[in-house]
Design a protein around this ligand. Structure first.
Ligand code: NAD
Ligand code: 13P
Length: 394
């Protein structure tokens, strides 16, 4: 029986953390996975012990990502690779984990260079917006690469998980029907492509060319993914609601920025709680308006990818922390991103921009006053003092 080969695309703060934990799992589950995990690194020069070296070389010799995850020892079976195409060679499981603004370019380079029967998991928090169309990142990846891609999201601060502090996460994965047939012994054993009817995240029936995972691999289903991502310090909940998991992870970043602004302004936990509550209402409203057939609001209430992520993002994560710092210092959040984050990215700024432009194009921005206000504050058109007006009842 063949084994699944895992590749991680992205090696930032979260990218490296997830690569570490899956590499630990592949070593322990050698019946299902090949031991070595390739991790694509956007190559750059770093200075270590007074010497300027390539980041990939540092990761492969020192077994630390000294730029994006300082002080954490990485497993030796995690291999940093500067070539995207070489990273994904023969990989059956592709883990996408980089700031969402780069995913379009990555997909263009991957097209035609992956196994047709590979499957994806996106750990990216964001959405893709083109003109007036919005897409979940996992679905965008799936369409671009003609594969199925699920989503991982939760209340997850990379540095805590890298230090093996316990937490939980949610993975949304709808095992494609052709893979279920394979699991039942009825699939296309030769792995030939077939056009398959299934429902997209909006519940529409579409036809996609999906090549089944050949039968001589372990079935690629919830059990295999649960084994791959679970660690004693990382509890995984498997669901099938890609919409709730993806939108919860993307849109809470707008709310986290609002909370940073509120706290930077000098208000405290009670004001932030009001903003979080309002933010969750707008996320659920957004999901209901644009994904009415498929959204399962219970995901947002019950899973780590919902309220859990909202709470941690508005009290401890980067979008909150650095927007608070921006207000305290009287500079723009973009300026803080440039000067304080050492190459890390704040997803909330672009997500706010993209979601607002999408809502404007549809003429419904007034139905989302908090999202609109954050965009206005980023533009310098309104200020934090306007937040309470969102809550005043006539
Ligand atoms: P990061 O913020 O550390 O971003 C830096 C990464 O971007 C580096 O790997 C850098 O090499 C890469 N990069 C820079 N320019 C690039 C380019 N032109 N093309 C491709 N890559 C380029 O990234 P991260 O923390 O790993 O975040 C990845 C995703 O995971 C994001 O969507 C984020 O919201 C999500 N996430 C992050 C955390 C966290 O705690 N860091 C937790 C959960 C989810
Ligand atoms: P930040 O990107 O704001 O650090 O958020 C991390 C996260 O998604 C927490 O769950």
């Amino acid at each position: 029986r063949r084994k699944h080969k895992v590749a991680v695309i992205g090696s930032g703060n979260w990218g490296t953390t997830v690569a570490k934990l899956v590499a630990e799992s592949t070593s322990e589950n050698s019946d299902v996975f090949e031991k070595d995990v390739q991790m694509w690194v956007y190559e750059e020069k770093v200075t270590v012990d007074g010497e300027t070296r390539n980041l990939t070389e540092v990761i492969n010799t020192k077994h630390q990502n000294t730029k994006y995850l300082q002080g954490i020892n990485l497993p030796t079976n995690l291999v940093a690779n500067p070539s995207l195409v070489d990273t994904v060679k023969d990989a059956t499981i592709l883990i996408f984990n980089l700031p969402h603004e780069f995913i379009g370019n990555i997909c263009r380079q991957l097209k035609g260079n992956i196994l047709p029967y590979s499957r994806g998991i996106s750990c990216i928090k964001g959405v893709t917006v083109t003109d007036d169309k919005i897409e979940l990142i996992c679905e965008f990846i799936g369409e671009q690469l003609e594969i199925y891609c699920g989503a991982l999201s939760g209340a997850n601060i990379a540095s805590e998980i890298a230090n093996e502090n316990w937490c939980e996460t949610t993975i949304a994965y709808n095992t494609p029907p052709c893979d279920r047939h394979v699991a039942n012994g009825n699939g296309h054993a030769n792995g030939n492509g077939a056009y398959e009817e299934h429902r997209d995240s909006r519940g529409q029936i579409i036809k996609t060319k999906l090549t089944p995972v050949p039968q001589d691999y372990p079935p690629l289903d919830h059990d295999v993914l649960h084994t791959l991502f679970s660690r004693p310090y990382f509890t995984v909940s498997m669901v099938s609601d890609v919409v709730g998991v993806s939108l919860g992870g993307a849109l809470k970043n707008i709310v986290a920025i609002a909370c940073g602004f509120v706290e930077g302004h000098g208000w405290n936990m009670t004001a932030k709680t009001a903003v979080m509550r309002r933010g969750m209402l707008e996320i659920i409203q957004f999901a209901r308006e644009f994904y009415p057939e498929t959204i399962e609001p219970a995901t947002l209430w019950e899973e780590s990818a919902g309220w859990g992520d909202m709470i941690v993002s508005c009290t401890a994560a980067r979008n909150w922390r650095y927007s608070k710092m921006a207000v305290e210092r009287g500079v723009s959040i973009q300026e803080i991103e440039r000067t304080e984050l050492n190459g890390q990215k704040l997803q909330g700024i672009s997500t706010s921009r993209e979601v607002s432009s999408f809502l404007r194009a549809r003429g419904v921005e007034d139905k989302y006053p908090l999202f609109k206000l954050v965009d206005g504050i980023l533009d310098g058109k309104v200020n934090v003092n306007d937040i309470p007006s969102l809550f005043r009842k006539n």
